[in-house]
Design a protein around this ligand. Structure first.
Ligand code: NAD
Ligand code: TYD
Length: 349
């Protein structure tokens, strides 16, 4: 069996990627390496954990000797690197963790891959998963394309930009066969409820305030996580070595319009009178350095690899709401413990 290392596979996007690969490719052995930070949750993978072509390894990508030993013990055919600190608000309060995991962790993986692959390197793949946030903030016009100059503005996006540069440097300097994709905001099942959509679903359900930063006019381009996982599958198998692919939903929403739409969906699902959940909207102090607009031009991946989003946002969002309402136990488990303390500090409620 070909061994594929997926880092961060217990997180939101990683768990969807692991599930897709384990089920679709019985000829691969998927090894999920995850530190299990507050964002890593093995409950995300209950349906695949008994499969023969799946294994979990708990470990920290910042731990250089551990990573070197892991690569020495396995002959990985490919790496799909998703492990990261991923929340902008946390990067504002604790940037150093982002530097360690996102930058030092990535260089540790690159170095371990380089020395364990040696002469065989040209037959391998190092696929780095990144974000559109590296391109900075758009005004009303324009889209991010693959060669938009990097202009990261938060500690999170700066650390991701740095890791992208390192991955490209290993391609140019050492001939490492790398691929990179930069994706827009994801939503879907199993997302930790600190990010906008699951946070709002949770708070609407619990009749808690819905904190909108600033005036709620910032724009994000939302993509269903399963469509991102499909794109990762296609790029891993068919993408060109050394290339970057932008992945997006062609689906821009202001935060306030999105939350109002979500309130309507939730009113129907919860049997509330229309307009009731909207009363919970509360405008709060804006995020520091809040990027105004992200929007992806995803024409390269469509033209070159035939990928495009498979469902509308309305359908994806409704399915997502259903998932959170049907999986109360999952939600209760992640909203206890450390997350509660963070939540108190962040929102003071
Ligand atoms: P997430 O926070 O849900 O999951 C991150 C995972 O990485 C967790 O399981 C965590 O335990 C693990 N991890 C963190 N630090 C680690 C370390 N030092 N060693 C090993 N494992 C560690 O994040 P996500 O939303 O699933 O994002 C996954 C990747 O996709 C990230 O690289 C992120 O930058 C990128 N991305 C995310 C989005 C989005 O909208 N969520 C959009 C584009 C790109
Ligand atoms: P988020 O889900 O944190 O993703 P990102 O910052 O990576 O785009 O936030 C999405 C948008 O929602 C962003 O413009 C910030 C805003 N937001 C709120 O208004 N309130 C909140 O409580 C959160 C978490 C985000």
């Amino acid at each position: 069996m070909k061994k594929i290392l997926v880092t961060g596979g217990a997180g939101f996007i990683g768990s969807h990627v692991v599930r897709l690969f384990v089920n679709k490719y019985p000829e691969y052995h998927i090894i999920n390496l995850d530190k299990l930070t507050y964002a890593g949750n093995l409950e995300n993978l209950l349906d695949v954990e008994e499969k023969e072509n799946y294994s979990f390894v708990k470990g920290d990508i910042v731990d250089e000797s551990f990573i070197n030993e892991l690569f020495a013990a396995h002959d990985f055919e490919g790496v799909i690197h998703l492990a990261a600190e991923s929340h902008v608000d946390r990067s504002i309060t604790n940037p150093t963790e982002f530097i360690k995991t996102n930058i030092v962790g990535t260089i540790n993986l690159l170095n371990a891959a380089k020395s364990s692959w040696g002469e065989e390197m040209k037959n391998k793949i190092f696929y780095h998963i990144s974000t559109d946030e590296v391109y900075g903030s758009l005004g009303k016009e324009g889209y991010f394309v693959e060669d938009t100059p990097y202009d990261p503005r938060s500690p999170y996006s700066s650390s991701k930009a740095s890791s992208d540069h390192l991955v490209r440097a290993y391609f140019h300097t050492y001939g490492m066969p790398v691929k990179i994709s930069n994706c827009s905001n994801n939503y879907g099942s199993h997302q930790f409820p600190e990010k906008l959509i699951p946070l709002m679903i949770h708070n609407i359900k619990e009749n808690k305030p819905l904190p909108i930063y600033g005036e709620g006019l910032n724009i994000r381009d939302w993509l269903w996580v399963n469509d991102h996982a499909r794109a990762i599958d296609i790029i891993f198998h068919e993408g060109k070595v050394g290339e970057t692919y932008n992945i997006g939903g062609n689906n821009e929403w202001t935060n306030i319009a999105l939350v109002k739409h979500l309130c309507k969906v939730m009113d129907t699902k919860l049997g509330r009178p229309e307009g009731e959940s909207e009363q919970l909207i509360t405008f709060v102090i804006d995020r520091a350095g809040h990027d105004m607009r992200y929007a992806i031009d995803a024409s390269k991946i469509k033209t070159d690899l035939g990928w495009e989003p498979s469902i509308t946002f309305e359908k994806g969002l409704e399915d997502t709401v259903d998932w959170y309402l049907e999986n109360e136990k999952w939600l209760n488990n992640v909203t206890s413990g450390q997350y509660q303390n963070y939540y108190k500090k962040q929102y003071n409620n």
